[in-house]
Design a protein around this ligand. Sequence first.
Ligand code: NAD
Length: 333
Amino acid sequence: MSKSSINILVTGGAGYIGSSVSNLLIDQGYNVTIFDNLITGHEELIPTEAKFEKLDISDTSNIEKIFKNKKFSAVFHFAGLIRVGESIEFPAKYMDNNFEKSKIFLNTCFDNDIKKVIFSSTAAVYGNAKKNKVVETDKINPLNPYAESKIKLENFLIDQSIKRQINYVILRYFNVAGADVEMRTGLISKFSSHLIKIACEVATGKKEKLIINGDDYDTPDGTAIRDYIHVSDLADIHLLCLKYLINDNKSEIFNCGYGKGYSVKEVITTLNELLSNKIKTEVGPRRDGDSQIIVSNPNKFNNTFSWKPKYNDLKIILKTALDWEKKIFNKKN
Ligand SMILES: NC(=O)c1ccc[n+]([C@@H]2O[C@H](COP(=O)([O-])OP(=O)(O)OC[C@H]3O[C@@H](n4cnc5c(N)ncnc54)[C@H](O)[C@@H]3O)[C@@H](O)[C@H]2O)c1
């Protein structure tokens, strides 16, 4: 089958990661349909070549109508709410959107013969890791309702794979950052809590200062350590998983990271090297629900696919994030 006859469904394709993966799918010749209610997404991120259906993933009656007219080989399920702090304040909202609605949506997919799912999970399911680098079989310990909603959907998929012969790839993303090198997509969010996003907003004058959320962690410089993966490498991982699902009929869970951690202070220092003026920072208290250190052991994915990332360099991640911030800054001012 030529790729131009393969229809792929993408939920959350108006968001940061979903739009990046949609671009790559289109680059590689797939037909892409996007379901998004634009609750946090942006229509301008949707590739013009994609078919866009503005709807909620729980809108079963409209989704069934679409499924009657088009057959999909697989679904990428990105749609979800992603702010840890908000999930602590409004846990029911997260359980409803990320778990209950996703379950309704995936059941509609399975009932309509879409039986291959790639699901966006998170490294937050590991909580405070007991060792340096987490592997997929490590103990799950979600520290907030956001992570809880993700692990519940993971378990639902695993259960359905046994009951309904569906296949899944669960991808546990570490910290996704950077922007498409061609500047087609990147992160747009007024309320983002992502360090690199906020640092770039400060660097472009949209925010006055960056608050460092805690400098009393048990790490070399006292700030929290994360494993940052470039969004285009993450998109590449998704394409490999799609081929794996279509060709191999297997199900797997993979960590998505580079296996190297950077502290908040290291990220700030590296960003400052790209700037003529250093960004203003201030130390604040720790945030509820934050782990001290989360770094992936990415060997399972890298070995299964003999994969090497293209953008495994904090400077490239920061440079593309900064260029994107300048681009959207210029557009809106
Ligand atoms: N960004 C990260 O660092 C990161 C890390 C781990 C996991 N993830 C997961 O990856 C996925 C994508 O994240 P992102 O950073 O692109 O977020 P995003 O907010 O940019 O994109 C999410 C998209 O889903 C849509 N959406 C949400 N609920 C919906 C619903 N009920 N019906 C239809 N559309 C809906 C939003 O409008 C938005 O376009 C999320 O599931 C998130 O939990 C992201």
